[in-house]
Design a protein around this ligand. Structure first.
Ligand SMILES: [Zn+2]
Length: 316
């Protein structure tokens, strides 16, 4: 008889508020800035006297965005009219309910978001009509929202959304409060850009970080812990690349080059993963779902080889 290995319980500190019967929780970030979650995805909105600015429309929250806006604006005595929708990036899992908000709702996003959404040609994600390249300040009802693109990271078009008068920053798919990154360094397309984004998030002033995933907002402690995890994985990847000799794998597999590469990569990833899992289990949720750290280690190892040139030797 075999027993399945037990996974560590999710730390209570990694969990957020329980969604209501309709499947969402809406909470105040600060003043008239609110966030909405279904426990897995996060959205936010700013309720002003001239209308509501929505940030992202994850399809898993979907129609509950309208309910959350209606509930809050009724309680605050403000209009529930949604005037703007800001896209953090083009991905369907964060933008796929944008089509619920008709053409009268101004869609705002980066030029690359517009290009990628035109390419996707998805009626659920209409391309933004208000676009910017580097920075854009959106002023609605006397409130200030600063949008900035710092280059590709998780996706080519992922932007920083700052509400400086609410001490809040929204950057999606970079930091998951209380959790390790999901596969492939949070499915990042540009690994140096991802590390740069994490450093920027850490350097900017904010008290509340809306990260886009799971059940709660992030704190300064969360970004500090996330940076320690990343630094440990990166250091271990560099050490593994420096110390593991690929030649025996190539000698063993003869002409089958891909079999040799597989065994070399497996050895690198295994070296990185085991100590990270041991160190972070109990501190970060799902740290012992080791395939995810292994996948992130694989992604970072490829970036070190290909973006930085680590281990690249010119044949004499
Ligand atoms: Zn994404």
């Amino acid at each position: 008889m075999t027993t399945l290995p037990e996974l560590a319980p999710v730390p209570v500190s990694s969990l957020g508020p329980q969604p209501n019967e309709q499947g969402f929780h809406v909470g105040r970030v600060e003043r008239n800035l609110f966030w909405v979650t279904d426990g897995t995805y996060q959205s936010a909105f700013l309720a002003t006297e001239q209308g509501v600015v929505l940030f992202d429309a994850p399809p898993s929250i979907g129609g509950n965005l309208r309910r959350a806006v209606d509930e809050v604006t009724a309680a605050e005595g403000l209009t529930n009219h949604i005037t703007h929708l800001v896209y953090s990036h083009h991905h369907a899992d964060h933008a796929g309910a944008a089509g619920l908000f008709g053409p009268d709702v101004l869609k705002v996003g980066h030029v690359e978001t517009a290009r990628l959404l035109r390419r996707a040609s998805d009626p659920k994600r209409p391309p933004p009509t208000v676009v910017f390249e580097d920075t854009y300040t959106l002023l609605v009802g006397g409130e200030r929202i600063e949008l900035t693109w710092h280059g590709p990271n998780h996706s080519p078009d992922n932007i920083f959304i700052r509400c400086p008068d609410h001490d809040a920053l929204m950057v999606i798919d970079i930091v998951n409060a209380g959790w390790i990154p999901v596969y492939q360094l949070n499915l990042s397309e540009d690994v140096p850009g991802y590390f740069d984004a994490v450093a920027r998030v850490g350097d900017l002033p904010w008290t509340h970080l809306i990260g886009g995933h799971l059940g709660r907002l992030a704190t300064r402690d969360d970004i500090a812990l996330h940076r320690r995890y990343l630094a440990d994985v990166e250091t271990a990847c560099r050490e593994a690349l420096a110390s593991v000799n690929p030649l025996p794998h190539f000698a063993h597999h003869g002409p089958n080059a891909w079999a040799a590469v597989r065994d070399w990569m497996d050895e690198l990833v295994a070296r990185v993963t085991a100590p990270i899992v041991a160190k972070y289990t109990g501190a970060l949720a799902a740290a012992d779902v080791e395939e995810m750290t292994a996948s992130t280690a694989f992604t970072i190892i490829q970036s070190l080889r290909l973006d930085e040139g680590v281990g690249s030797r010119i044949r004499s």
